[in-house]
Design a binder for this molecule. Structure first.
Ligand code: ADE
Length: 299
């Protein structure tokens, strides 16, 4: 069952949104909340079959009666500029406008850099950075430049690096910076561009994506969240809806951390004890430190 939105019914009546990766996890929650608020939503991803199945399920959740909401599924590989152009054209042909773009489509896989293939690195950079770039640029050129609009980029908690998923950290940091550049470049068109950086968000699909390490990965994160629980996609979607809404009419170039303070707290990445670090410069302070940590036996 869909969570009930805190926003007023009909808030996004007559609006049109594209949500990339809108069929699963956080993207799905965003799409469902937008639909609940009367928006016409286009969900997009590479897997047409799964996307259509998700759209079918979402249609069941649209409030009955007079809601203008609708959901359609359009296949698009955001890495491919021509496919993004075609997506934007198709949306404009069908609905005649694009008010919102939510760049949620992306992906990563856990791996230390040492073991990462060039292909894996490039794929993550391509999807997250180039994909967001293509979607922003095409939507702007075809619609928002003349009519305004709001864009929200979904990034990640990568504020202290992202050890174990360095490709995603680098890519999300790039999108964070792109958000700021676009907020300035496109201000004269009345386009607001913001980002949301979720902490550890639990969803069934995310857990399944990480295969057998998924359940452990999520369970291990709990002590690192000040809230002592994980977030759920609906807690990200409400932040996205706020940034798209008139309530955020003076907000642009901002990145909203939806992480219960996790990014200010501690890292999941454990550094094993080691003695590989270069020695401190010789002197009385080093001697005292050595004494403190390894006191010489008095015997
Ligand atoms: N979600 C993850 N990868 C994607 C891609 N290449 N295109 C669209 N959505 C995606």
């Amino acid at each position: 069952m869909a969570a009930v939105s805190v926003f007023r019914p009909g808030l996004f009546k007559h609006k049109v949104a594209i949500v990339t990766g809108g069929g699963t996890g956080i993207g799905r929650a965003i799409s469902v909340e937008l639909l609940g608020l009367g928006c016409r939503v286009v969900i997009s991803s590479r897997n047409a079959q799964r996307l259509e199945a998700a759209a079918q399920e979402m249609r069941q959740q649209i409030p009955g009666g007079s809601s203008p909401a609708s959901v359609s599924a359009l296949k698009c590989n955001i890495r491919n500029e021509d496919e993004v152009k075609a997506l934007v054209s198709a949306v404009l042909e069908r609905y005649g406008r694009i008010d919102f773009l939510v760049n949620n489509g992306g992906g990563q896989f856990p791996s230390p850099v040492e073991d990462m293939s060039s292909k894996g690195w490039t794929a993550v950079m391509d999807t997250n950075v180039n994909g967001s770039f293509h979607c922003c640029q095409q939507v702007y050129r075809a619609w928002m430049k003349e009519h305004g609009g709001a864009i929200v980029n979904i990034i990640a908690d990568m504020w202290r690096g992202f050890p174990g998923m360095a490709h995603s950290g680098a890519a999300r940091a790039a999108v964070d910076n792109l958000t700021k550049s676009l907020a300035i470049e496109w201000a004269p068109s009345g386009v607001r561009v913001n980002a949301v950086a979720p902490g550890t968000i639990f969803s069934r699909t995310a857990m399944e994506n990480y295969k057998e390490s998924g359940p452990e990965l999520f369970k291990l994160s709990v002590p690192n969240v000040p809230a002592k629980r994980l977030g759920v996609p609906e807690e990200v979607s409400s932040a996205v809806c706020f940034l798209l809404s008139p309530g955020a009419s003076f907000v642009s170039g901002a990145t909203l951390r939806v992480d219960a303070g996790q990014s200010l707290y501690r890292s999941l990445w454990e550094i094993p004890d080691h003695s590989a670090w270069p020695e401190a410069p010789a002197g009385e302070n080093r001697d005292s430190l050595q004494d403190l940590l390894n006191p010489k036996s008095k015997l």
